[in-house]
Design a protein around this ligand. Structure first.
Ligand code: SF4
Length: 92
């Protein structure tokens, strides 16, 4: 167990942080600056921020999150399912 040094602050993190493909790959957002923007705006902020992330919401509702969904995507869950199905059909 580590003891926080004086002045150290625990960085808040989304509960999906360790499993989110946006964090662990460059596949979701290939532009490093854009990725950093999302991480700083959503992933390492308080619960109000990460719980408003569309990738977080999609995972909570659908139990998975397709790669095309970004934290600030405006799709509804129904639209995400439709687009996911369309991409699956097109890839056959
Ligand atoms: S805030 Fe969104 S993008 Fe960031 S780790 Fe959580 S689910 Fe992934």
């Amino acid at each position: 167990m580590s003891i926080p040094l004086k002045g150290d602050m625990e960085v808040p993190r989304c509960t999906n942080y360790s499993n989110c493909q946006l964090i662990s790959t460059d596949r979701i957002v290939s532009d490093p600056l854009k990725k950093l923007f999302y991480i700083n705006t959503y992933c390492t902020q308080d619960e109000n921020a990460w719980s408003s992330c569309k990738r977080y919401i999609t995972k909570a509702v659908l139990s998975f999150c397709p790669d095309f969904v970004l934290p600030d995507s405006l799709f509804t869950s129904a639209e995400i399912i439709d687009e996911f199905d369309r991409l699956q059909r097109d890839n056959r």
